[in-house]
Every structure is written in C-alpha cells, then in structure tokens.
Ligand binder design. Structure first.
Ligand SMILES: NC(=O)c1ccc[n+]([C@@H]2O[C@H](COP(=O)([O-])OP(=O)(O)OC[C@H]3O[C@@H](n4cnc5c(N)ncnc54)[C@H](OP(=O)(O)O)[C@@H]3O)[C@@H](O)[C@H]2O)c1
Length: 357
C-alpha cells in the first residue's frame, strides 16, 4: 500500500496544561493484516477529557499511555482488509484504536455500527461512550423522579447535554451550569432545559439558588471546584450526586484549598443523608443494550438533540484536546481523520448542530 499512515504519540508528560510539544506526529507504513487481524482506516477520532489523565502517570483507574506510545482514543473506522470472520471490507466499526490513521485489530474490541441509522460520529458521542455515561450515571446513581430538580455541570457538553435532556424526558426540572451566555442560551433554547446558569459570571451561588427554588435533588458532577461549592449548600435531604468527572482539576499541579472543609462535607452527608458516588462508565456495561434502545429512539423522535464540535484533520487533535480542557469546545469534540467517501451515510436526526474548526 503506497499510502502513508500517521499517528500522534505522547512525547512528554504534561505539567499543568498540556502543550503542543507534549505530542508528536509520526509517519509510518500502514501495516499488513496477518491471520486473525483486520486493517482499519480511522474516519473519526473522539477527544475526551479522560485523555488528560492517560497523559499522566499518577495512579488512576486505568494505565497511563507510555512516552512514545500512540495516544489512546475511541474511533470510528472502516475495514480496509479482513482476516477475521464476521468483519468484511467496508464494514464500519467503533473501537479504541487511538490517535492514528490506520490500525490493526483482532476484532475482539470492535463493534459494528449501522451508519445508515445515525451519522457515524454519533457512535463516539450521543450514541457512544459519553451518551452511555449520562444514561447510566443518571439512572443508577441519580435515580431520577418526576418533579425533582436536577443540576448538571458542563451542561452543553457531550455528557451534560444528554443528562439534562433525559431528566426532562423523565419529568424533572433541569438546570444546566455552563461557561458563557451562548452555552447557557443553547441548553435552554435548543435542548429544552429549564434554566442555564453561567459559572463564569459573578455570583454563581446566588444565581444558582434563584434557578433552583426548591433546592437540588440530583447534582450530576462533571467539573468539581468552585461549581461544586455553589451547588453544595443547595442539596436537599436525600440528594444524589453521581460523581462523573472533575474537569476543573485535571490540569491542576497542586491541591487547592476549597471553601468546603471535610468536617462540613461529612456533616452534610450525614444530616442530609446524601448519596455521593463516583463511577466509571464501564461499571454499568450491563445497561448498554437499554441505553442504545432508549437513546436511539429519543434521538430519532427528536427528543434528544446533540451538538458536535468537528475538528478537521488528525494533526489538529492536540490543539483541540488542549482547548477542550479549557472549555473552548461547544459540544462533543470529534476529529475528522478521513472523509466518509463513497459510504452511504444517514441523514442527521432533527436539530443536529455542528461547529467546525
Ligand atoms: N466517569 C466516566 O466514566 C466518564 C465518562 C465520560 C466523561 N466523564 C467526565 O464527564 C465530564 C464531561 O465530559 P465531556 O466529554 O462531556 O466533556 P464536555 O463537557 O464536552 O467538555 C468539557 C467541558 O468542561 C467544562 N470545563 C472545563 N474546565 C472547566 C472548569 N474549570 N470549570 C467548569 N467547567 C469546566 C467546559 O464547559 P464550560 O465551557 O461549560 O465550562 C468544557 O466544554 C468530564 O469531567 C469527563 O471527565 C466521565
């Protein structure tokens, strides 16, 4: 094969905010698949906040990417060659083949995607890992009840946007916390949340209280830091807090003292009988079929909408990940690594929005 393949590897472990020099773009020859292997061409690469954790060697729930290794990431690919039963040339698959244009796989971690039902990139967003995170964390830990108030942080993003829309479907009041007036307007006017509260404007605590006149029954935590401090006094007795992510801390180089002290936090957990539970989406793998059935249906009915932030070209992935960690994205970040040429693609469901850079 004459084509040159490209990959982005981890060049250095970042200290604080990642820099472009922490990544390195390399060229290589596309590999030949051996017996029991498929050759994949990446069409779409997902960028996600957890990638910052993989760049660090601090102890975590998953092993770090080693220096010189290809950056980890979810992908949608087409099959270029197959020596694995069940996979044929032209199949579209979702997998975890990382920041590269071509990859070999034994097929075990691949799932076929029906790209005639929904645009392929949704397999990395609303119908993929972030959508599943929202669905499962809300159902299993949030335990939503009609009439309750839910607050979700990073509300215009991949996970938060789905959390708030499912809450609306289940009959809750949904309040989204997001950075800036445009994202707040989007969650209310486009996604149907009841209120949007800008965490970058002054007096977050006062404006959040005004948006939650009956207090907060579910707080879906995506960010931590000062946003949690504004939420905490408003939690009602028996409130549930699925702790999904703490993005405000991912680039931190040292622990910063917050306004809430440990004894105060534990007193509230006890006296208000709070449930605060962390989770990783893989904990709830048994809900995968329910998730796919419910969210696909809601998407096609127009009850769930999604927004994508499309980055053109693998070489722009480092800059886009750096921006994602600072809130420069508006919607689920996906990188178009190769064009979907010659493939029959689905018409986007209603009210799909897209930003490009
Ligand atoms: N537990 C799991 O299995 C799991 C799975 C997927 C994702 N997650 C977590 O879920 C969270 C959201 O992920 P996502 O993929 O949906 O990303 P996203 O919301 O699409 O993008 C990240 C957003 O975080 C917000 N943000 C960044 N820095 C912030 C800060 N200092 N304070 C407040 N907000 C800040 C920004 O939104 P604003 O501009 O609105 O501030 C940014 O757009 C992340 O914490 C991620 O790690 C966890």
């Amino acid at each position: 094969m004459a084509e040159v393949a490209r990959r982005i590897v981890l060049a250095a472990r970042p200290v604080g905010e990642p820099k472009p020099s922490d990544f390195r773009l390399e060229e290589f020859s596309p590999p030949d698949p051996g017996p029991g292997q498929v050759l994949l061409r990446t069409l779409w690469l997902s960028l996600d906040p957890y990638m910052r954790g993989r760049m660090s060697d601090a102890p975590s729930y998953a092993a770090p990417v080693e220096i010189g290794q290809v950056m980890e990431g979810g992908t949608v690919s087409d099959v270029l060659a197959s020596h694995v039963g069940g996979f044929a040339v032209g199949d579209i698959v979702v997998g975890r083949t990382g920041w590269q244009t071509h990859a070999l796989s034994d097929g075990r971690a691949l799932r076929k995607v029906d790209h005639t039902q929904a645009p392929m990139s949704t397999a990395l967003g609303v119908l993929g890992m972030p959508g599943m995170t929202a669905y499962a964390g809300l159902a299993e830990i949030g335990k939503p009840q009609a009439g309750e108030t839910l607050v979700v942080a990073a509300a215009s993003g991949a996970v938060g946007s789905v959390v708030g829309q499912i809450a609306k479907i289940k009959g809750l009041r949904a309040v989204g916390i997001a950075g800036g007036p445009e994202k707040c307007r989007f969650v209310v006017e486009e996604l149907g949340f009841d209120a949007g509260v800008d965490h970058r404007a002054p007096d977050l605590a006062g404006r959040l209280q005004a948006a939650c006149p009956k207090g907060i029954d579910i707080y879906f935590e995506n960010v931590g830091g000062p946003v949690f401090e504004a939420v905490f006094p408003l939690l009602n007795p028996f409130a549930r807090v699925p702790v999904c992510g703490l993005i405000s801390q991912y680039n931190a180089t040292a622990a910063t003292a917050g306004a809430i002290l440990t004894p105060q936090l534990f007193r509230a957990i006890l006296t208000k009988r709070l449930t605060i539970r962390g989770f990783i989406v893989s904990d709830f793998a048994s809900l995968q079929a329910d998730f796919h059935r419910d969210v696909s249906t809601w998407l096609h009915e127009g009850r769930i909408k999604y927004r994508e932030h499309v980055v053109e070209g693998l070489e722009n992935a480092p800059r886009a990940l750096i921006g994602l960690l600072k809130g420069e994205n508006f919607g689920k970040v996906v990188v178009r690594v190769a064009a979907e040429q010659g493939l029959r693609v689905a018409t986007p469901p209603p009210a799909h929005a897209e930003d490009r850079e």
